[in-house]
Write a protein that binds this ligand. Structure first.
Ligand code: RIB
Ligand code: CA
Length: 313
């Protein structure tokens, strides 16, 4: 089977970093056409820098990295240094990147790539706020029907919010962008907190990363050691939740995941519930299904895959 062509849209972020490493370690499954940075966990200058740091950690300096939007469509940027640290990649001490940032804006790269490839052959993998994706759809509506699938990390239903009582961070930062994407008609797979909170880096799993003894394995152990604090304090979690790597793992082993094809709509009016993903899990409305909303995963299978692939770097 040929590798699936993907664009990773990201706001690194330790969990974004692990998702990118998993993709770059799996060339037989995914061909990373490019990485587009977006403002989210930390401001754009840092997410664009961190994306390149991760590519160099993987030894894949030929992957083009682009900077996209530096703020949400219609709201002030909210960042998450309280989770990811000042740099966005706190934990390991990684060198500044030497690979260049591409001159082209990430939004235009997304548009050009979808236009230059056959319809239905490029998958978009947003791991942060959906600003770049929505901006591309607004600037070039013709590309929407060319998208093979959007596999994104964002939202929550049973888990409710991690940045407000109602909303998950990626959707909360840019709810208008999320509303555009979820109403676009493109096929969507959603990795909400409902599933990512089941992908926890327990100590044995962290020890397995560290035992790889490689730069990538040790760095991932250090990253997850750092960013587990927030979830341990808030949820009493047994370890860091690997939110974004669920996206990459789904592309490689969709059988590890299960969910329902349901209607998901975004709150964009009330400040009380701004950014909430209103997921009709129980089918109580006649709203059309627009997303495969993932609720569960085989966590041991997920970590076996992740550890095996990280060992390749
Ligand atoms: O809520 C978790 C999401 O927000 C993850 O993508 C994390 O990297 C942050 O972007
Ligand atoms: Ca992210």
């Amino acid at each position: 089977m040929t590798a699936r062509k993907i664009i990773i849209d990201t706001d690194p972020g330790q969990d974004d970093a692990v998702a990118i490493l998993l993709a770059l370690a799996s060339p037989e499954d995914v061909e990373v056409l490019g990485i587009t940075a977006v403002a989210g966990n930390v401001p754009l200058d840092l997410t664009a820098k961190n994306a390149r740091i991760v590519c160099e950690l993987a030894g894949k300096v030929d992957v083009p990295v682009f900077a996209g939007c530096d703020r949400p469509l219609g709201r002030d940027l909210v960042t998450a240094e309280h989770v990811h640290g000042k740099t966005g990649l706190d934990g390991p001490d990684l060198p500044d990147p030497t690979m260049p940032l591409q001159d082209q804006n990430g939004v235009d790269f997304i548009i050009d790539t979808l236009r230059d490839n056959d319809p239905g052959t490029v998958t978009l993998c947003p791991l942060g706020p959906l600003t770049n994706i929505a901006t591309a759809f607004q600037k070039a509506p013709d590309i929407v029907e060319r998208v093979q699938e959007i596999v994104l990390m964002g939202g929550a239903y049973f888990e409710v919010g991690n940045i407000t009582p109602a909303a998950e961070f990626n959707i909360y930062v840019d709810p208008q962008a999320a509303d555009i994407v979820f109403k676009s008609g493109a096929p969507i797979v959603v990795m909400p907190l409902d599933v990512t909170h089941k992908a926890l880096v327990t100590k044995p799993r962290n020890d397995a990363f560290r035992a790889l003894g490689t730069a990538a394995g040790v760095a991932v152990a250090q990253m997850t050691d750092f960013f587990e604090r927030f979830d341990k304090e808030k949820y009493g979690s047994a370890g860091a939740p690997l939110h974004d790597p669920c996206v990459t793992a789904y592309l490689i082993r969709p059988d590890l995941f299960s969910g329902r094809h349901i209607n998901v709509e975004i709150e964009t009016t009330s400040e009380l519930t701004m950014g909430m993903t209103v997921a009709d899990w129980w089918g109580v409305t006649d709203r059309p299904a627009n997303a495969l909303f993932i609720g569960n995963l085989d966590a041991d299978g997920f970590f076996d895959l992740l550890t095996e692939r990280l060992a390749r770097l």
